[in-house]
Design a binder for this molecule. Sequence first.
Ligand code: V47
Length: 374
Amino acid sequence: MPHSFQTDDARLRPIHDKVALGERLNPDDALALFRSGDILAVGWLANFVRESLHGDKTYFNVNRHINPTNVCVAACRLCAFGRRKDAAGSYTMALEEAFETAASGYTEAVTEFHIVGGLHPDLPFQYFLDLVSGLKQRFPQVHLKAFTMVEVAYLAKRAKLSIRETLEALKAAGVDSLPGGGAEIFADRVRHIICDHKIDGNEWLDTAKLAHQIGLRSNATMLYGHVENDEDRVDHLLKLRAVQDETGGFQTFIPLAFHPENTALQHLPKTTGMLDIKQIAVSRLVLDNFPHIKAYWQMMTSKIAQIALRFGADDIDGTVIEEKIYHDAGATTPQGMQRQDLIRLIREAGREPIERDTLYRPVTRTETSVTVAV
Ligand code: V47
């Protein structure tokens, strides 16, 4: 480890020594990191781990979001996207409409569709199976990262299937992996306030385990910057780390900053840059068994995401195209970005851009073709 680590925060010294030796951090270490004002020292440690794992490599992909419906029975206080079925602004795509959306508005060949939506009380399970198989048939080269643990659990309940059967049916229809959404904060006290009617934290974790067991990789998220405290965030990270020890099925951790606008919690202030950056750094240090930490530019703004690439993050997400969940909650970032813009952000951070597919295999492009190294 280079000797340039400096801090006046005595609590960070033993953490530095553990990081240098590759030792696992404990809950008190994680709390000390969250409570330290020395963001440069915390960032130095996170960057050390990030560079040990990935050097300068910084991953991005060319993806498109598809949100088939915003109709949702959950009415989470954190959310500005979901609507009751008969409310103004509610929508549900017919299958053909979803296929057209998948194909539309973009010239660069996408390698991933990120598909998530509301918990619709009437759409049959078959709609989702047909959506997935129809997309696979039309876009066989595109990876389908579809349905959060929360959606999977709801589909299982409605179809009267077990979670495993539901996951197996989705996989057979063409789902390739699962996104990380819906995790929010696992602590019951917080979940009761921000997303009372969602599955609880243990159900989210159990669904992730089952997905991993049947060979589907997934991501994991954490929604921060609302009514949670430092202990809740540490608890969330440690629960994810424990599942990852068991299954190894998580690819990327994505901390998501709460956007209060148009939600039932809009009286809360937005997160600050300090917390956004610290959250990335602490995640990198605590989640020692997660290969990747993503600075989701749509959520952090491309400016903070770029800085995060030197504070522990090795991934900046993708071109996204048509983000809805954050924009309904007041995000002012563009709804998508060109591949070249992402490359520029990464290069200007002094990092090496690597286009990846969803499973982190390098993607090579020529004028006429897109190849994924296997
Ligand atoms: O689960 C909803 C969050 C998530 C708000 O897996 C909000 O690669 C902030 O999970 N303010 C969906 N956050 C997004 C998500 C995601 C994004 C990018 C990449 C991946 C991945 C996953 O957005 C929800 C919820 O936690 N969310 N409303 C809000 N007002």
